[in-house]
Design a protein around this ligand. Structure first.
Ligand SMILES: CC(C)(COP(=O)(O)OP(=O)(O)OC[C@H]1O[C@@H](n2cnc3c(N)ncnc32)[C@H](O)[C@@H]1OP(=O)(O)O)[C@@H](O)C(=O)NCCC(=O)NCCS
Ligand SMILES: CC(=O)OP(=O)(O)O
Length: 314
């Protein structure tokens, strides 16, 4: 699908025999697609020595030795991140057959945080395209993949990064809801206070951001409920960026929206990295991978534009 729709030029990292078998099941061969799909075998690649040295240079402060690096670069996640780190690819898409922890840890260690970002977090694009969806279009849910138990500062940072991602990828104005089991003081608990503090911190850091919290999901998503539970909310029940208070809530929330609600979930998309590196659920479909590659291309283009923009330009 990626090849036919010309979404990206693909470098497939893995065992060439397995890849050839998969291509054969789609009626093609590595030779036939050679101009569009480059196959890299990490266990037998001419880049291995260069990648070993790059990995040692990147991770020597954490005890990486040439011996350990020589073994690690043969792992497909490490090898793929090194393709990006050395400028041979614009981004990675992995995780269909690896856990999120392993996929994200590899990106953190090899591609690393962008110099201008406080931390790395993740979001899902939730697409509502089915007939029964009363709200159509794209929303962001965050963090559903990476930061396990954000404190108020981290939750504020996730909100600001997710708002920037929403703006960059959709061109629309983000409207951010900080989610809780309480709306506008309806419950009193330290877990609620954290969300209130995070909302305040995000507002202080960016006074122009349209943001409100603490809000329950219905008060952020349904205008009629907002009118009764949160009548003063600037969001009016029409948020498009939903920030969860924990990974427990976020990961469960996106999977329920996807599996029960019929939303298409694209993610976890990582934000705050120096270059795009994205994860997938092990429950993903081929179409999910296509979508994620398209998001990765859009992130890379946005990064390119930001790098080329004159200093100080938005
Ligand atoms: C992402 C995750 C793997 C990071 O784990 P970790 O134990 O901190 O990993 P490491 O300590 O090896 O971190 C690697 C590096 O990234 C840094 N790092 C970790 N989290 C970071 C973050 N959110 N932002 C920026 N840097 C981060 C660490 O400081 C470390 O830096 P260093 O080694 O250069 O000093 C962990 O938070 C995790 O498992 N999250 C949940 C993933 C998951 O299961 N999701 C559910 C399914 S989607
Ligand atoms: C994002 C996510 O939940 O990934 P997985 O289903 O692979 O654990």
């Amino acid at each position: 699908m990626i090849r036919k729709e010309k979404v990206a030029r693909v470098l497939l990292v893995g065992n060439p025999i397995t890849i050839a078998e998969h291509l054969a099941s789609h009626g093609t061969t590595p030779e036939e697609v050679a101009g569009e799909i480059e196959i890299h075998d990490p266990s037998n690649s001419p880049l291995i020595d260069e990648f070993r040295d790059t990995l040692v240079a990147l991770r020597a402060h954490k005890g990486m030795t040439p011996e350990k690096a020589a073994a690690q670069v043969r792992h497909r996640l490490t090898y793929a991140s090194l393709l990006v780190q050395t400028g041979r690819a614009h981004g990675t898409v992995g995780g269909a057959a690896e856990t999120t922890s392993d996929t994200v840890r590899t990106a953190l260690q090899i591609i690393g945080k962008a110099p201008n970002s406080a931390m790395v977090s993740s979001f899902f694009f939730m697409l509502y395209c089915k007939e029964h969806h009363t709200v159509k279009g794209a929303h962001i849910f965050a963090d559903c993949g990476l930061v396990v138990d954000p404190d108020a500062n981290e939750m504020a940072e996730i909100a600001r990064a997710s708002a920037a991602s929403y703006r960059a990828l959709t061109g629309d104005t983000p409207r951010v809801a900080m989610l809780s089991f309480s709306t506008a003081g309806s419950a009193d608990h330290p877990k609620v206070s954290k969300v209130v503090a995070a909302t305040h911190l995000a507002k202080v850091a960016d006074p122009n951001l349209i943001i409100d919290g603490e809000l329950q999901f219905d008060a952020a998503f349904v205008p009629e409920v907002a009118a009764s539970k949160a009548e003063k909310s600037a969001l009016g029940g029409a948020a498009n960026v939903f920030v969860f208070p924990s990974l427990n809530a976020g990961n469960l929330g996106y999977k329920i929206a996807q599996r029960v609600g019929g939303a298409t979930a694209i993610g976890p998309v990582l934000q705050g990295l120096a270059k795009p590196a994205n994860d997938l659920s092990r429950g993903c479909s081929a179409e999910d991978i296509l979508h994620m590659v398209a998001v990765t291309v859009a992130q890379s283009d946005a990064l390119d534009k930001a790098e080329k923009a004159p200093e100080g330009a938005a």
